[in-house]
Design a protein. Sequence first.
Length: 402
Amino acid sequence: MKIPFSPPYINDAVINEVTDALKSGWITTGPKVKRLEELVCEYIGVPNSLCVNSATSGLILALKWYGIGPGDEVIIPAYTYAATALAVVHVGATPVMVDVNDDFNISVSAIENAITKKTKAIIPVDIAGWPCDYDDIIALAKQKSNLFTPQNNNQKKLNRILVLSDSAHAIGAKYKEKYVGTTSDICVFSFHAVKNVTTAEGGVVCLNLPKDAFSNNDEYAYLRCYALNGQTKDAFTKSKAGGWKYDIIYPGLKINMPDVLAAIGLAQLPDYFEFILKKRAKIYTFYQTFFESKAWAIIPPYKNQDKLSSCHLYALRINGITEEQRDSIINTVSQKGVAVNVHFQPLPLLSLFKDMGFSITDYPNAYKNYKCEISLPIYPQLTDDELHYIVDTIESAVLAQL
């Protein structure tokens, strides 16, 4: 049996929506992007959202919006994908890595210890779709406002550390009965090919700025312009009769999402909230039921009184094994036709960040989680037979190592 790790969910609705975009003659940013943005707002409950070409670009855009650059520090978890740190690097700021909890997510106490007068933002990451401790993080940002010295108008309006969530994995996750996206100042979701909702490549920036200090509509307009080279009109608007004239008012980026890709997400998003998310949850609980009785298994969190996972990844950990044993288990499972993965290599293990002076010895919990983690396939196309084959294959490979 051959079981891929994370194929995209493409049905007739997606094909029809993409075909409609192609037949319309308009394939770059236009009405389908705008409709996708509106749908994100409707489902998540945020005032505004802006589609961009990747979640990485969305993080960079948000950091630039807050005027973060050289001399500033941004606190991030050591356990995340490289894009979280690279967004900070690309705006010229300094990433400050802190350790994580046993649930993979950033430690609030570690954040508190890392805050300095240079701290301008915190980027919590909802690993595997499990929400971070947002109330505590927001409270900490407010509590430490006495250390915050604003350098521009947006920073003066907020007058504290920005909480910018990297929620690449977490669309559909809930924190205290609200969807992630409404739980931080700005939230970025990923629509990459392997995510719960995809546009092949893409992401969306959700604005949830305090209404007493900001007009989210105005900030959306600014970000939309900035994402199109600082141009006052997009190509669709310019194409209208007499609409050719435009201005460049910001030193912007070129990170807009095209309609032909937005069409995929436009078809998927209603299906996701209607039944795909439920199917992912069913598979997740199947894994939970199987592995919770195994003494060697550390099962990932799914829900508690405050949090509900989006079930993006099933991050199984094998108790008491070494990194080398984990790798051997993966090789055995792969040879049996089951594609598995590891999420993630902590940043200090990667050459770029080693060269910047980061050492994994400073992040013991990140390494402890990583060395025994195996991500299992979880997507709606999986059949019952495939699920039973996956868990039996995993158990057999693990027991051979113990």
